[in-house]
Design a protein around this ligand. Structure first.
Ligand SMILES: [Zn+2]
Length: 284
């Protein structure tokens, strides 16, 4: 069945859905929504692939290591289960230890037919500042190499580092495109990524923060995709609740409203953008 919406960045493999994952995913599937579950570490990449394999049509995965994982980070029980990550105690509470990127392990997962992108990867100078800039840059370069090797696009997480990420991408041999997830850069940053042939995706934040409007109007509709980043950032009117892929409908509706476009046309274009970008055409 053709999808009516595609949530290109969700995390329904996270423990936030352990109690009702079946229902959450079925709600989306019943509404004609396809979803891509995005890996953030080796465990969450593996579990994203398992869901893509076992949960039927319209469920896909990406595999990669989030840039903040190069350093110990606050243990987020929404993302990891106890015992899955050996939790160590840090100066200010529970910390998940740094992960070492195992190229071979990630490559195995990357070759799975339902793995449709590499990431989320990139640079994040918000969470840890620039302390780990060198490690993050090396990790990002490994993801670019993996994406090139398997011929799948990049799912980018960039925070407070748009210029640096762009410079790295431009100086790398690049055989694939990328999508900048949760785009939160400036209009100039947006233009630079679009010039590179990359796409931008937006979350439910656009339903209550007005600082994305200009970029959403500026970018060609064919370069935009919709996402939820579930379980985070629910759109209005579900704001404050746990997010889920079903709510991608609100994001698509809001993109249409901001662009003053016909809802049906915008919705269909968002779907075909994602099908093209992630090569989903062969899936039903
Ligand atoms: Zn994410």
């Amino acid at each position: 069945m053709e999808p009516r919406y595609i949530d290109i960045h969700a995390h329904t493999q996270f423990p936030a859905y352990d109690a009702d994952r079946e229902l959450v995913m079925k709600r989306a599937q019943d509404a004609g929504i396809w979803m891509i579950n995005v890996g953030t570490a080796i465990e969450t990449s593996k579990s994203a692939v398992v869901l893509a394999e076992t949960k039927g049509d319209g469920v896909f995965a990406t595999v990669g290591m989030h840039p903040s994982r190069v350093a110990p980070s606050f243990f987020d029980s929404n993302e990891f289960r106890k015992g899955e990550k050996a939790v160590v105690s840090g100066d200010s509470g529970m910390m998940a230890p740094a992960e070492v990127f195992d190229y071979g392990e990630y490559k195995k997962l990357a070759l799975h037919p339902k793995t449709v992108a590499i990431g989320e990867c990139g640079l994040d100078f918000f969470r840890n500042g620039r302390d780990t800039e060198k490690e993050q840059t090396e990790l990002f370069a490994q993801h670019i190499a993996l994406a090139n090797e398997v011929g799948k696009p990049l799912m980018l997480h960039i925070r407070n580092a748009y210029k640096e990420a762009l410079a790295l991408l431009k100086s790398s041999p690049l055989a694939v495109r990328g999508n900048v997830h949760f785009f939160a850069g400036s209009l100039d940053d947006a233009r630079d990524f679009l010039d590179l042939g990359f796409t931008l995706s937006f979350t439910g934040v656009i339903t209550f923060a007005r600082n994305y409007d200009e970029i959403i109007r500026f970018a060609p509709l064919t370069s935009i995709m919709s996402e939820t980043d579930s379980p985070d950032v629910s759109p209005v009117p579900m704001r404050g609740r746990r997010n889920e892929p079903l709510f991608v409908r609100e994001v698509a509706k809001e993109i249409a409203r901001i662009r003053n476009g016909d809802v049906e046309t915008v919705q269909n274009t968002l779907v075909s953008n994602a099908k093209d970008f992630f090569s989903l055409a062969s899936f039903r």
